[in-house]
Design a protein around this ligand. Structure first.
Ligand SMILES: NC(=O)C1=CN([C@@H]2O[C@H](COP(=O)(O)OP(=O)(O)OC[C@H]3O[C@@H](n4cnc5c(N)ncnc54)[C@H](OP(=O)(O)O)[C@@H]3O)[C@@H](O)[C@H]2O)C=CC1
Ligand SMILES: CC(=O)[C@@H](O)[C@H](O)COP(=O)(O)O
Ligand SMILES: [Mn+2]
Length: 403
């Protein structure tokens, strides 16, 4: 029997929450996976530790000076890792001929270009970076179709939906596959039951204290506003070829059911597991095989109960804004996503309040009605325009808070 060579993996965003979980799974299986490249933006200290452990051929950082520091340290240790910096290097390590699998774990629209480069090069792409699909879903999915890339969702809900759909599911063919609708679960975040009158005063640390998941700060704030569920609705529509009305958001505070598929005959299939991203990551890394992820087994007796409730769109207006943007089509989701990235960063910098996030987004969406787009350039122009408009609004909100 011949043992196949290990799969060569690039981990984009290796120093983030997704990247660290992915490397935890990868590190358990040296006979299956070897790391080709690791990337980070600022955190050259953790990237150095990761390079020492996984000895990749390539490493990428955001800025030259950090890359130079990492290069010096790795050379001093006798490691041959080539260290580069900047967006072009990210695309190179995502598309390199030596790579089979790319973990797309960069946060925000910064992940779009390298994710798309991996798709265009026909890689097996494990997608966590939902903003790529929200911003440029049509372009991204067309590239998947044309290149023959294999796109596997890492986002826990989308990975769950993928697991619950029929194995021969064809994108967009819901009824023909016997599927009535998708039930997308949401925890409701840290403020699910908080008194709405208190929300204007919550701090970034309070917003980032997710009840079930340990994640990066941007997605944690998105969970707290429920914009994360809005982004995930859009993500699900692109991944599986759905209309927004095919998806029902279900608030499920325990985050044990990661989403469900309801069939025409009334059967409802759910994927369950402890809230640990190593589960969907291990699933996608080894698909269609199964490997151990390192996650704790689910103990139903200890859990005791599971709860469900409908989403409250008054308390969480961001979810409604995302539904509207997906229905509007054109560049609306790119506009909303860019505005959200700016607003969340301003909240994390304590320049605006928590409830200013939905107010800002609503103002931007009103100011920038949807326009049809047919190219990546069109999408990126909408992204940039929205960022400019949102930055101006942030300044106005900030000034309003001081007076
Ligand atoms: N965390 C989770 O459990 C889940 C995350 N996701 C999605 O996965 C993505 C990553 O999330 P998460 O891991 O939480 O985020 P983190 O903030 O923890 O990590 C982000 C990673 O991206 C890198 N990065 C940040 N900005 C840039 C940039 N401009 N260019 C290149 N690299 C950059 C960071 O580098 P550095 O460390 O140097 O700053 C880090 O490696 C997001 O799209 C999120 O929505 C989806 C489902 C679950
Ligand atoms: C782990 C993961 O996939 C996150 O997107 C998580 O689902 C966030 O939880 P909520 O947005 O449901 O609070
Ligand atoms: Mn998710």
């Amino acid at each position: 029997m011949t043992i196949p060579d290990p799969q060569a993996v690039t981990v984009l965003g290796a120093t983030g929450s997704i990247g660290v979980s992915a490397l935890d799974v990868i590190g358990r299986y040296p006979e299956r996976f070897r790391v080709f490249a690791l990337t980070a933006h600022d955190n050259d200290e953790l990237l150095y530790e990761q390079c020492r452990r996984f000895q990749p051929a390539r490493a990428v950082l955001g800025e030259d000076d950090r890359a130079a520091r990492l290069r010096r340290r790795l050379q001093a240790d006798g490691l041959a890792t080539q260290v580069d910096s900047g967006p072009r290097a990210l695309e190179e390590v995502a598309a390199a001929g030596e790579v089979q699998t790319v973990v797309a774990g960069i946060v925000g629209t910064a992940g779009l270009a390298p994710g798309l480069a991996a798709v265009r090069a026909g890689k097996r792409v494990l997608l966590a970076n939902k903003e790529a699909l929200v911003t440029a879903g049509a372009v991204f999915m067309q590239a998947v179709e044309e290149s023959g890339a294999k796109l596997l969702p890492l986002d826990s809900e989308h990975n769950a939906i993928f697991q619950c759909l029929p194995a021969d599911f064809h994108r967009g063919e819901l009824a023909a596959s016997g599927v009535r609708r998708i039930l997308l679960t949401a925890s409701g975040g840290p403020f699910r039951d908080a008194d709405p009158a208190t929300l204007h005063a919550v701090t970034p640390d309070q917003a980032c204290a997710h009840p079930n998941w340990s994640m990066g700060r941007k997605i944690s704030v998105d969970s707290a506003t429920m914009m994360n569920k809005g982004l995930e609705l859009v993500e699900a529509c692109w991944l599986f070829g759905l209309q927004p009305d095919d998806v029902q958001v279900v608030v499920h505070p325990q985050s044990i059911i990661h989403s469900l598929v309801e069939y025409l005959d009334g059967s409802v299939i759910a994927q369950m597991g402890n809230p640990d991203m190593r589960i969907p990551i291990a699933h996608a890394l080894s698909y269609p095989e199964r490997i151990a992820s390192g996650a704790q087994p689910l103990d139903l007796f200890q859990l005791g109960r599971l709860d469900f409730q409908p989403p409250d769109l008054e308390r969480f207006p961001c979810l409604g804004l995302a539904q509207d943007a997906m229905k509007a089509g054109g560049n609306a989701c790119a506009t909303l996503n860019a505005a959200n990235e700016i607003a969340v960063a301003a909240f994390l910098d304590e320049r605006i309040g928590f409830m200013d996030i939905p107010r800002l987004l609503a103002a931007v969406m009103e100011q920038l009605p949807s326009v049809a787009v047919s190219s990546l350039d069109g999408v990126l122009a909408a992204d940039q325009h929205s960022r400019r408009v949102t930055r101006d609004l942030v300044k106005r909100f900030e000034a309003g808070r001081r007076t």
